[in-house]
Design a protein around this ligand. Sequence first.
Ligand SMILES: [Zn+2]
Length: 77
Amino acid sequence: MSKPIKDEFTKLKISRQRRYQLRMRRDKRCIICGTPITRGLMCLEHMIQARERQRKRLGLKRRHRNARTYRLQRKEA
Ligand SMILES: [Zn+2]
């Protein structure tokens, strides 16, 4: 077994998932899959997933075509 990670989040009374998210955010990695990212909280793939989840939840009809995720999506394609 490996040693448990000891850092500023170890003692906080929060869930393991939350602790993982905080570590990923500190290390500039996607808070879901851990891929290194340049900005934001998530990699593009997961930002898109979050966007679509929110759209569904809020029942949105319009799309802001110039929002960052759409721009990045176009650049990738
Ligand atoms: Zn991700």
